[in-house]
Structures are given as C-alpha cells and as structure tokens.
Ligand binder design. Sequence first.
Ligand code: BGC
Length: 248
Amino acid sequence: MEILGIDIGGSGIKGALVDIDTGSLTAERFRIPTPEPSKPPVVAKVVAEIAQHFDWHGPIGCGFPAPIHAGVAETAANIHKKWIGTNVAALFSDATGCPVYVINDADAAGLAEMSFGAGRGRMGVVMIVTIGTGLGTALFNNGLLLPNTELGHLEINGADAELRAADAARKRDKLSWKKWGKRFNEYLQRLEHLFWPDLFILGGGACKQFDQFRDQLTVRAEVVPAQLLNEAGIVGAALAAKTYLAES
Ligand code: BGC
C-alpha cells in the first residue's frame, strides 16, 4: 500500500510516496524550500503543490515540527507563531482535497526507525533524537510511542537545549563537529540522567556526519545513527497515516 508522506521542516518541505509495507520510497523525493515567513496559508499551498507533483488523491501523512493534539499544533518553536492553535490536519485536507493525518515530526521519524530502521525489534526504552533546525525527540518503551515528548526544550545552563545543541546552533556558531559534539554530548547526558534509555538513535541531517562526532559521546547507552537518514520523517508520517486514518 502506498501513502504520500510529507515532512515539514524549518528549511525544507519534503514529500515522497511511501510503500508502507517495506518503508521504502516508491518515487523520488520532492523538496520545496520552506517559505519565509512560514505562515499557515503559504505552507498549505506548498503541501498542495507536493500532492499535485505526485498526482496524489489518497491519504497523506504529515510530520510537523510541533506537539500535535488531534491535528492541532500546540507550539511553534521553529515555524511561524501563527501555527499555534491551527488545525494543521484540517488546513492541509482543505488544500489538497485528501484525508491528512498530522503527527509531530520527531515522533514520525521515530516510528519509521522502530519499524524499518535502527530500532527494529528493539525492546526496552529507545529514544530517537532528530538533529536539525531544532532538536526533536521520540520516546518508545517496548516499541510503544509516548508522543509529543518535546525534550529539545529541556533547559540546560539556563537556556533551551536546542538553541545550543541543534544543527542550526552548530552552523550559527560555526563550530567544528568536535566542538559541537561536546555540546551535543552534554545534552545526551542530560537525557540519559532523566530517562536511562537502552538505545539512542540519532536522526536528522546531522546524523549523516555521525563519524565526525561519535568520539565525543560518552553516555552509557548505545548510540547509533538513524538508518533511514532524513527519509525517516516522510516514511513515519506515511506509517502514522495508515494506522490512524483507518481508525478515525
Ligand atoms: C519542536 C518539536 C520538533 C523539533 C524538531 C522543536 O523545536 O518544538 O516539536 O519535533 O523542533 O523539528
């Protein structure tokens, strides 16, 4: 079965058709830069453009960078503040004419890694951390997701963790991978001291450079890069749509 997966990011909006039985993309990914300012109506237009690109009329799963309750965005750290309280699912459904399920972007990436990637078959506590414009987290116990964990906003030394340790912070402060790796390690240590996961899976754009910073990581838990790399968000959003649109 195919579903269109879309990942709304701080810098790009990406879509692809996903075979949800295998977790693979059945058509090449299509990316449009996130409009600036990223207000709801312009982003909805981009989502409609992606659906048109694939000539898609079926269900859509969409990963969105905010905690999501019943389709509604609750906060907006890396996207326009106008999203707060917006029913993202209804907006994108209207724009595309398709049924749309919306899920937090890190939760989507986590679902994909647990089903088809580095977390496949892993029991115990697994935490996925996506490293991009922000820091996203997804927490699983014995394969079950606790949604909307938002641990990128833990306060470390009086500041929001993602402002110091996300990939955007590395670029902003022009840090070497080694220097940034030390900062990111502080963040992982904090997560470890609160949740004691068995496994950390690192996703998002920065995970492609895992070899450049792995030596800086000193946590007790096993740490591995995501296997679906930055396709995880698209694949997981499609998976979520399959599960939850069928239930609604
Ligand atoms: C948002 C999260 C999101 C993460 C990664 C954070 O700023 O609050 O909801 O998962 O960025 O995009």
